[in-house]
Design a protein around this ligand. Structure first.
Ligand code: C5P
Length: 308
């Protein structure tokens, strides 16, 4: 039996399993004239997935529905990035969209894990299958116009991101890493955290970490112990400033034996690097017992997009 999600008319559609992203390095430069900040970032996709199914419908339009723990918080109108992705691609291809998008949501919303961007990327891939062939360059351009993280989310893996995050080059990794992902209560707005970075900089706090040379060398070894001291996030102080309890969980993870702790993107999700899968299981158990986070997962990275 197919595991594809059948819609009312029985059409299984195109099912895309799309991973969350973390930033192993998030160097934030100055605010530019267009409002974005220059970034030097290393993305890694992790094995925490949303599943997006795109089905053609008889009626024109783009409909979306969501299932899963965070489903009630998924916007169902044109502020949904997946809907905007389908509309944008249809516009480029000069066709009238007639699709239904179903999002099975596992990635915490507004958590610094690019869940909305992942759903938009999955929708682009699904629509391209239904409407294509679509040139990869066109898909990447539409993705970049929709959001800084979306070009990375089209493929996953590990990649260097520059520009405002949208220019992607794949990065070689020598192995698989094990992460504990702790989703904090509540959400943080990405623009608000960037604004806090700017505010703190005006007071002399924080700078731009624009070199990833050591991190890229560490990644080639595949050893978590080499990677740990190279993890960096220039948004850490801003995220803590807006959500002071983050400091407590970052410290707790290290006390519990993590090789390193890190705020994920603009937060409030936090990440803990483990030595191996057994260490990750133990670490996740200890962090759950502390009850500082609403969800604790242990996952590997890199992970990849899968089209079923
Ligand atoms: O690109 P995306 O739509 O995901 O970005 C959301 C918001 O985050 C932007 O409108 C901007 O305020 C901020 N941002 C930024 N610099 C970046 C990426 C995002 O200031 N490089």
């Amino acid at each position: 039996m197919s595991s594809a999600l059948a819609f009312d008319d029985g059409d299984p559609g195109v099912r895309v399993r799309v991973p969350a992203k973390i930033n192993l390095h998030l160097g934030v430069g100055d605010r530019r004239a267009d409002g974005y900040h220059d970034l030097t970032t290393v993305y890694q996709a992790i094995a925490l997935y949303d599943e997006v199914t795109v089905v053609e419908t008889a009626e024109p339009g783009v409909r979306v529905r969501a299932a899963g723990d965070d489903a009630a918080a998924v916007p169902l109108g044109t502020d949904n990035l997946a809907v905007r992705a389908a509309v944008a691609l249809a516009g480029e291809l000069d066709l009238t969209p007639a699709v239904s998008i179903h999002i099975a949501k596992n990635i915490p919303i507004a958590g610094g894990l690019a869940g909305g961007s992942a759903d938009a990327a999955a929708t682009l891939i699904g629509c391209a299958r239904l409407w294509g062939p679509v040139e990869p360059d066109l898909l990447t351009r539409v993705a970049a116009e929709l959001g800084s993280d979306i070009p990375f989310c089209l493929s996953g893996g590990t990649a260097l991101g520059t520009g405002h995050g949208e220019k992607i080059e794949p990065v070689t990794t020598g192995g698989r890493y094990h992460w504990v992902v702790a989703a904090a209560e509540g959400r943080l707005s990405t623009p608000a955290v960037y604004a806090e970075v700017d505010r703190l900089r005006e007071t002399g706090v924080g700078g731009y970490s624009d070199s990833v040379t050591e991190l890229l060398a560490a990644l080639r070894t595949g050893r978590a112990e080499e990677l740990a001291p190279c993890l960096r996030n220039d948004m850490t102080e801003a995220a803590i400033s807006l959500r002071p309890q983050l400091r407590e969980i970052l410290t707790a993870g290290v006390e519990d034996g993590a090789l390193a702790s890190l705020v994920s993107g603009s937060g409030p999700t936090t990440l803990f690097l483990a030595r191996d899968v057994h260490h990750a299981t133990a670490l996740a158990g200890r962090l759950r017992m502390r009850r500082l986070a609403r969800e604790v997962h242990h996952v590997h990275g890199p992970a990849f997009v899968n089209v079923g």
